[in-house]
Ligand binder design. Structure first.
Ligand SMILES: Nc1ncnc2c1ncn2[C@@H]1O[C@H](COP(=O)(O)OP(=O)(O)OP(=O)(O)O)[C@@H](O)[C@H]1O
Length: 808
């Protein structure tokens, strides 16, 4: 093993070498070298080169895992099993002919052990598991941004709908395609890591009836990166739909949206219409696709028009801007014509909107009907702010609020098209998230943002869920069942796991808010980064620098130096994510502000509900439901919950949530993720680890150029960046999980169930006879069956019978 990857060599015995060293002959170059013993791993014979499941490797080590994945990838075999419930998929960076109805039919009805690794096979295993256990199942997609989570997620949903069939055509492949088009336009954007990056978490629930047919479906959206609608970053865009509407809407509707006279000359703070001809053309085509997809999903023309009206209003608000009048020190719209256009579209008046945004006199605001609250909770963080920014901040707030409400509304309409009143028995949940963000890997040196931090925290929590499910729970089960297993453990395994970093980020405060100095900081006072940021944002006199200072006060001891490091730039720090495999440089600029909800955002829903345009207000009244809760769905991120029937933990987690009241984005993120994890834990989980073969796989067109190189198995070194793949394998804890699977007994079932299912094989047909010692009965059965002793263990209690290989 070496920095660049690994090389095949042959060990030469040499007794003269000092201990810890070995002599090797490098097969490729013919060199003889003396190297450290620790840098040597045993290779497998060539017949293992492309094994379908890593647990089948005779020599299980990092190099052999990398070698297998690389060999498979060279032959377009992008999927590999990593044990029982885990699949690795490497982004092929180009379309492959492995997804079609014909391929679906090959997997349909199969059992896990009969299928080659494929995204369809893991979906089929979930389906088969659901049928045989009647337990909810889930598929979780993890990986870096651009690694292929959304692509695989969609293939899995499509497979399940095609293979299981759908009652009364409520969920069809055509509808799914339309659904992805709409969701992607409203929730995706271009980033440095992925030209079509997802900026929200989605739980897609397929609900099945008694006979295993899809009866309905629902989408639940969490943690939309709302700030994206007002973010300006080099080489990144806002949500696709804005530009696509600006370029694509035509004729009468364009006039009605007051977009007929817009030009690149108008100074818009957030949205500059596309200039290049080919970009405009593409946007136009995409816009037509959005409209036809909405038609397929039964979104009426009136509803579509209302949606586009809010989007156009958002654009005009971006042009409206804010300035302070020199005469009375109050804010007003910088471009009153643009503000007028926005207000006309929203069905309100400029006076009313100015009052909401800029308040009267002292800058009061919030809802048109409610008693006026101060514009911002007076806090010292406002002190240092330029007043101009406060004016623009109000514009940003209303845009964020409007877009959040609009997104919820769109999701509500999508759910309407997937709903049915049929009784359902079980669900398969598929979860797609924004991937891990490390912008420096694609050349952005400015450091990661607060939103990146939230996405990365989510990935850490999901990895921790993997750790618990695949590494901690099986061991606990063996201990409970008194099953002795001689594990050949990796000595680092117990220390290297996601827990320390997750604790560093979200360890809850033990005491009330007390600012602790280094000298009187006790272990019990230590709290996570998200909590520190939350506290700092409301503490008088604090700023981004004081937050960083406090972070290091809490975490500069030796125990944490491998996780958190100072960085040379101002307000910068490094977090060593995913067991140190992915160090990310963060720049905490404006984080105190980002970590609080923009106070104006919540006013947006009232503007919409009280619009004098009946069709607009009606649409949003319908979305909220009669007597909706105090907080709108978009703020909570729980839209679609009505239809996510079995995910009740989400509601509970939010119900008692102080984070909403504290308007803290940090705590809302933490509690939302708690709810997500709790929901997933109640299901039988399967993991799909998506991996990038090279850093820029999804940010340009490298894929199409390189596909040709790959087919003959040559040129593979150019395609797979081995150190990158290695860090993903380590970060995903693949080796540890595969080892436990290989050496343990991952398949188990209750003794009674086992006896019922297989008693006939051992000639026992007296089920009605009560059995006093179920364990003994199963042991006798197994003896009669003459199964190899090494392939099973019988557990202590009535709970489990363990089997190394699937037995069905
Ligand atoms: N199985 C696949 N076959 C062909 N192309 C793929 C596949 N998986 C991914 N890609 C390519 O990689 C790009 C990025 O994939 P995708 O958007 O699914 O990544 P992601 O992990 O969901 O990213 P993010 O976390 O940023 O949303 C896709 O647009 C597609 O071009």
């Amino acid at each position: 093993m070496h920095r660049g990857g690994f090389t095949l060599a042959t060990k030469i015995s040499d007794d003269t070498l000092e201990s810890g060293k070995v002599k090797i002959y490098v097969d490729q170059t013919g060199e003889t070298l003396t190297v450290d013993e620790d840098d040597i791993e045993k290779a497998n014979p060539a017949q293992f080169d492309r094994v379908e499941d890593l647990t089948h490797l005779r020599q299980l080590n990092e190099s052999s895992i990398l070698h297998t994945l690389r060999q498979r990838f060279a032959f377009n075999l992008i999927h590999t099993y990593a044990g029982n419930s885990t699949l690795i998929v490497i982004n092929p960076m180009a379309p492959l002919a492995i997804y079609s109805e014909k391929v679906v039919s090959l997997f349909k009805g199969c059992k896990s052990e009969d299928m080659p690794p494929h995204i369809y096979s893991i979906a089929q295993s979930a389906y088969h598991g659901m049928l045989s256990s009647r337990r909810d199942q889930s598929l979780l997609f993890l990986g870096r941004s651009g690694s292929g989570k959304t692509t695989n997620f969609r293939h899995a949903v499509q497979y399940l709908v095609t293979a299981a069939g759908s009652l009364s055509k409520v969920v069809t492949v055509e509808k799914l395609a339309a659904l992805w088009t709409v969701l992607e336009n409203f929730g995706n954007c271009r980033t440095v890591l992925n030209s079509n990056a997802t900026r929200f978490t989605q739980i897609f629930s397929l609900d099945l009836d008694q006979s295993g047919v899809v009866a309905s479906a629902s989408i639940q959206i969490l943690l939309l990166e709302k700030n994206r609608i007002v973010k300006k970053l080099d080489n990144e865009s806002t949500f696709h739909i804005i530009q696509r509407l600006l370029c694509g809407v035509e004729g009468r509707l364009r006039k009605e949206l007051l977009l007929d006279n817009i030009s690149g000359n108008e100074n818009n703070h957030f949205y500059i219409p596309l200039q290049k001809h080919e970009d405009r053309q593409r946007a136009q085509t995409e816009f037509i696709k959005v409209c036809s997809s909405m038609n397929i999903l039964g979104i009426t023309e009136t509803e579509q028009k209302s949606i586009f009206t809010v989007l156009a209003a958002i654009y005009h608000l971006g042009s409206a801007g804010a300035v302070k009048t020199p005469s009375n020190n109050k804010y007003q719209f910088a471009n009153p014509q643009a503000a007028q256009r926005a207000c006309t579209l929203l069905g309100t008046t400029v006076e009313e909107l100015s009052r909401i945004l800029f308040g009267s006199g002292s800058g009061g605001m919030v809802t048109p009907n409610a008693p006026r609250a101060p514009f911002r909770t007076p806090s010292p963080i406002d002190k240092g702010l330029d007043r101009e920014a406060v004016g623009m901040e109000a514009i940003e707030g209303i845009i964020i609020g409007l877009y959040s409400e609009l997104f919820s509304c769109v999701v509500h309409l999508l759910n309407r098209s997937l709903a049915a009143s049929t009784h359902t028995v079980t669900s398969i949940l598929l979860v797609d998230t924004p991937g891990f963000q490390n912008p420096a890997t694609c050349g952005r040196q400015a450091g990661a943002s607060f939103d990146d931090l939230c996405h990365n925290y989510l990935q850490e929590r999901l990895q921790l869920l993997f750790h618990h499910t695949n590494l901690v729970a099986p061991r606990d089960r063996y201990i409970q069942e008194n099953i002795d297993i001689d594990f050949d453990t990796n000595e680092n395994e117990s220390h290297v796991n996601p827990t320390p970093l997750v604790n560093l980020m979200d360890r809850a405060a033990q005491n009330t808010v007390v600012r602790t100095s280094y000298t009187d900081l006790h272990e019990a006072d230590r709290r996570g980064l998200l909590w520190l940021l939350d506290e700092e944002a409301i503490y008088p006199g604090s700023n981004d620098e004081s937050f960083i200072e406090r972070l290091f006060t809490h975490y500069s001891d030796r125990d944490h130096q491998l996780l958190l490091r100072k960085a040379p730039g101002s307000n910068q720090f490094m977090l060593h994510h995913l067991q140190g495999t992915n160090p990310v440089l963060y720049t905490a600029k404006g984080w105190l502000k980002c970590s609080r909800e923009n106070p104006v955002a919540r006013a947006a829903i009232n503007v919409l509900l009280e619009s004098c345009k009946e069709e607009l207000s009606k649409l949003f009244v319908n979305v909220r439901g009669i007597g909706g809760s105090n907080f709108s769905g978009s703020m909570l991120g729980i839209d679609g919950t009505q239809s996510l029937k079995r995910a009740s933990s989400m509601r509970r987690t939010f119900g008692s949530n102080v984070a909403m009241k504290r308007k803290s984005i940090c705590l809302q993120t933490k509690f939302t993720i708690d709810g997500l994890i709790e929901t997933l834990r109640r299901t039988k989980l399967r993991f799909v680890h998506c991996m990038l073969p090279c850093h820029d796989a999804s940010c340009n067109d490298v894929g199409s150029n390189l596909l040709g190189v790959k087919n003959d198995g040559q040129g593979i070194n150019d395609l797979i960046n081995v150190p990158l793949l290695r860090s993903q394998i380590r970060g995903a804890q693949i080796q540890d999980s595969v080892r436990l699977n290989k050496q343990g007994f991952p398949n188990y079932m209750p003794l009674g169930e086992f006896r019922r299912k297989f008693r006939l094989l051992s000639g026992d047909n007296k089920l009605s006879v009560p059995i006093l010692d179920e364990r003994k009965a199963v042991e006798d059965m197994l003896q009669t069956l003459d199964l190899e002793l090494t392939s099973y263990r019988v557990g202590l209690s009535l709970v489990s019978f363990f089997l190394r290989y699937v037995f069905s």
